[in-house]
Design a protein around this ligand. Sequence first.
Ligand SMILES: *Cc1c(COP(=O)(O)O)cnc(C)c1O
Length: 428
Amino acid sequence: MGNSESTLMSEINRPLEQADPEIAEAIRLDVERQNHKILLIASENYVSKAVMEATGSVLTNKYAEGYPLKRYYGGCENADTVETIAIERAKELFGAEHANVQPHAGSQANMAAYFAFLKPGDRILAMELAHGGHLTHGSPVNFSGTLYQSCAYGVDPETELLDYDKIQQLAEECRPKAIMTGATVYPRYIDFARFRKIADSVGAVLLADIAHTAGLVAAGEHPSPVPYCDAVTFTTHKTLRGPRSGIVLCKAEHAKAIDRAVFPGLQGGPLVHVIAAKAVCLKEAMQPSFKDYQRQVKLNARALAEELANRGIRLVSGGTDTHLMLVDLTPLGITGKAAQEALDEVGIVANKNMIPFDTQKPMVTSGIRIGVPCVTTRGMKEPEMAKIADLIMRCVTNLGDSAAEVAVRESVAREARALADAFPVYPV
Ligand SMILES: *Cc1c(COP(=O)(O)O)cnc(C)c1O
């Protein structure tokens, strides 16, 4: 072996700390951040070491355009094994007739569903972004609002719940080719059976995007859209606690259209390493402990919502059925932006969020969205939710610069750190 070749081989096998200390350091700092802070971002979670190992595996090197046993490249035998297992697990876990596990993310899964069923210019009825919908549900700044015509439903101003009679009426007015259900910020159950009736009454395809609730649905802790929908899309990295990615489920009759939409329609080679990690997370989601986890997620969300309400906080729709809640800060006279920044400083991470009929701008907002998947993965239960409610309230009601208020925030920061450290996540 020549000198340059052996140098190359030793370079390939160098650990990250040696190969790229700057990036290694940023990762190390984020392990610390994730360990020592209370993470309440509803769309995040902590994945297992097994999921990370698969994501970090040599399968990242493999090109596998096509589908198992129908590839455009040689050497795909292990990729076939991985993808076939992932497909079978997805079908079994969700009771679906067909699964495509190749979408790179939730947005790509939605794009595939639209591409399979719609032509440019067709109309989609979906939830308004400002009321909790997703960018890919027809927002004008997104491909979905550019390629397709969108009409939107929101929540009722009084109850802040979906008003199905109103949605029926809107469907009759706008005659959509597809109805998209599901949301990014909706704390209540969605009635997919009712949506099916609405879709049937206007001859529309019914799609559900359960990016947020996929883990709850898998565990039987949220009604499943699978029996009612032509296709169901989701991310695997939110409540499902897998790698950053997406999946599309559909009825057998749509299998070809969905598969063709993903590849060659929208993507090139699949991320085989991420498909491996999806298979791992789907296996984890089949274990009894995952059911226990999702049950506790709901108990924790309800407990945190009640504890916040007991302290005078107004929650949009009055509470939650899921893993998340939306706090209306208007009665406290503060913005989502101010609350998010103050909470981050005391080691509590949440995101500012528009509330329905918000009068503030999207970068300011009147709300914060709070989710419990991360803290529940750490093992926290109802007593810790009471503590978190207490910390949040003490922080957001003491935003000023007076010595007394700064002292309150300093003690909140100490207590938040102690709470996090009592529930360790990743070893260092
Ligand atoms: C998070 C989310 C997505 C998008 O997922 P990405 O993986 O970020 O592309 C799509 N739809 C809904 C409802 C979501 O909450």
